[in-house]
Design a protein around this ligand. Structure first.
Ligand code: F6R
Length: 245
């Protein structure tokens, strides 16, 4: 794993944005995997700023979001599609037809997961996958457990994940859907390059385990050790248990 550390969350976000800008300059028709959550908000703001400055063009890019809540229509303010509209898509020139999401209201969620796998394949696979990490070690919505699904699948959300996402649903964790759809670990590991971003002291322990611990379904991010090109972008707090820089 390539580990890059920065003093602050803002410096980390600027560096991640620069990584995306560089990838798009090298390959304008880039296929990108995108996370939601608190961590990428600053990166997305920086990408909007750089697009407004004429420094990055998304016209030929394609995106696939990592996950979506089950039972939540795309127009719901808590949906990840709406999150992406607010934080990124409204400020850049991505073609709406090339932004892809799992549909949590599809009549058959298992069929929907297979549709998504096929769509990723039809796009030629993901070139650059951006990911965050949950404090419990999840990536996408692949939660810790006895087993992990390799392909895109339905997932029962951990109580901590529902608490963490409560703000999207008015603040009460009880209103957060119990289920979601997520790219599988195998789907993610097929990406050409994976950029995992983590900031804050609350991520230090899971980052340490993801980098130095055993590969285990109890910490899904540990599976990134199996990929040949993973870059970790960390602020000093998230990197604090990795040893001296
Ligand atoms: C969401 C996703 C999650 C988040 C993780 C960290 O699309 O993929 O794995 O990246 O829950 O969330 P934050 O950034 O809010 O700490």
């Amino acid at each position: 794993m390539i580990i890059r550390t920065f003093e602050t969350p803002d410096e980390t976000a600027a560096a991640v944005a620069q990584r995306v800008v560089r990838a798009l300059a090298e390959k304008p028709a880039l296929v990108v995997g995108l996370p939601t959550g608190q961590t990428p908000i600053a990166t997305y703001a920086e990408l909007r700023r750089r697009h407004a400055a004429g420094e990055v063009d998304f016209a030929r890019a394609t995106t696939f979001n990592l996950d979506e809540f089950a039972g939540i229509p795309p127009s719901h303010p808590g949906s990840f599609r709406m999150f992406m509209e607010r934080h990124l898509f409204q400020g850049i020139n991505l073609a709406p037809a090339r932004t892809h999401f799992l549909d949590g209201t599809a009549p058959d969620l298992d069929v929907e997961c297979e549709r998504y796998e096929a769509a990723i394949g039809a796009a030629g696979g993901i070139d650059l996958l951006l990911a965050g990490i949950g404090a419990n070690g999840h990536i996408g919505f692949n939660e810790p457990g006895d087993t992990l699904s390799a392909r895109t699948h339905r997932v029962a959300l951990a109580a901590s994940t529902r608490r963490h996402n409560a703000a999207l649903f008015g603040g009460d964790p009880a209103d957060v859907p119990r289920e979601a759809l997520s790219m599988g670990i195998g789907t993610m590991l097929k990406a050409g390059a994976i950029v995992l971003v983590a900031t804050g002291a609350h991520k230090a322990a899971c980052i340490e385990r993801a980098v130095h611990g055993p590969v285990t379904t109890r910490l899904p991010a540990s599976f990134l050790q199996l990929h040949r090109h993973v870059e970790l972008y960390l602020d000093a707090a998230a990197a604090s248990r990795l040893g001296p820089r």
